[in-house]
Design a protein around this ligand. Structure first.
Ligand SMILES: Cc1ncc(COP(=O)(O)O)c(C=O)c1O
Length: 307
């Protein structure tokens, strides 16, 4: 359950949590067209709160809106300011932020080009996404029987609501089978990503992650990890990975705003490496936490401070 905070930003105004309602004929509720983001604000070691890579997340939100014809009436700057406002006005020092741009009520039927495009931003407190011990112990994963959308079926650059039925089915299948998370391949068998995370493997000291030409979300955390790995002198290849390479990896981990840097200790009942967090994963996880909430100020452009 999400713990209530006081206010939600809806269409340019802060409204009480319980008043932030939508009509049952909201178009997006029926047909899934619309854009959303997941962003974290962290309390840093100096006590100040910063939203991590806000600009990149809002750029991706607006890219999604462009891809699916749901441009909001607010500018990038207004949405970014509203994200800061929601965290500040709720008196939060850490938060998960969920901006969402959706098609409101009016006409029904899939076309409905003139329905209003509405924007909301909610913040809540969200701990470790994949479970309490996931960051230290790693998680057990299963290759999904569901494929990632073929490039002719979806829009991988879009963080679009409707596409998440695919993630939800994969996640539920994995959890119901006793695993923590699903790994989705595409229709030709290339490894793509988790239900809500990008994936990396380590083999012989080199980091590999699927390229953006496959059906994967262009993760902000993925980009952060590639940058940090290169700074650490770890070579990175963005290239296709097949299932066998995954099983035989020395290390593997997921990245995502929610999942942060979560080690994968098992894929389809095969231990990855020694079946625990590996040294390169550990180093990059540490660098990541230093960047988002530690004292690493090497990338001031990644931080939007609240106070
Ligand atoms: C399907 C999918 N892949 C990858 C990611 C990771 O993206 P990011 O690092 O920008 O949160 C997410 C999370 O938004 C996701 O939903």
């Amino acid at each position: 359950m999400v713990d209530k905070v006081k206010k939600i930003w809806l269409e340019g105004e802060l409204v009480d949590w319980d008043e932030a309602r939508v009509h049952v004929l909201t178009h997006s509720l029926h047909y899934g067209l619309g854009a959303f983001e997941g962003i974290r604000a962290y309390r840093r070691s100096d006590g100040r709160t910063a939203i991590f890579r806000l600009r990149e997340h809002i750029d991706r939100l607006l890219d999604t809106c462009k891809l699916v014809f749901t441009m909001p009436r607010f500018t990038r700057a207004q949405i970014m300011d509203a994200c800061s406002l929601v965290v500040r006005e709720n008196g939060m020092d850490e938060a998960y932020l969920r901006p969402l741009v959706y098609v409101g009520d009016g006409a029904m039927g899939v076309y409905a080009p003139d329905n209003p495009i509405r924007t909301m931003i909610v913040a809540w407190r969200w701990g470790t996404y994949l479970g309490k011990d996931a960051l230290e112990q790693g998680i057990r994963t299963k290759i999904s029987s569901w494929s990632r959308h073929h490039l002719h079926v979806g829009l991988p650059r879009a963080k679009m609501m409707g596409q998440y039925t695919n993630s939800t089915l994969a996640k539920r299948e994995a959890r119901m089978a006793g695993y923590d998370e699903a790994i989705l391949l595409d229709t030709s068998g290339q490894v793509c990503e988790g239900s809500g995370e990008n994936i990396f493997i380590v083999k012989n000291g080199r980091l590999y992650t699927p390229p953006l030409s496959l059906s994967i979300l262009a993760g902000v955390t993925r980009d952060t990890i590639i940058t940090l790995a290169r700074e650490e002198g770890i070579p990175v290849s963005e290239e296709s990975i097949i299932r066998d390479q995954l099983y035989l990896a020395d290390e593997a981990f997921f990245t995502g705003t929610a999942a942060e840097v979560t080690p994968i200790r098992e894929v389809d009942n095969r231990a990855i490496g020694e079946g625990k967090i590996g040294p390169i994963t550990k180093r990059l996880q540490q660098r990541y936490f230093d960047a988002v909430k530690g004292s690493d100020d090497a990338h001031p452009e990644w931080l939007t401070f609240l106070r």
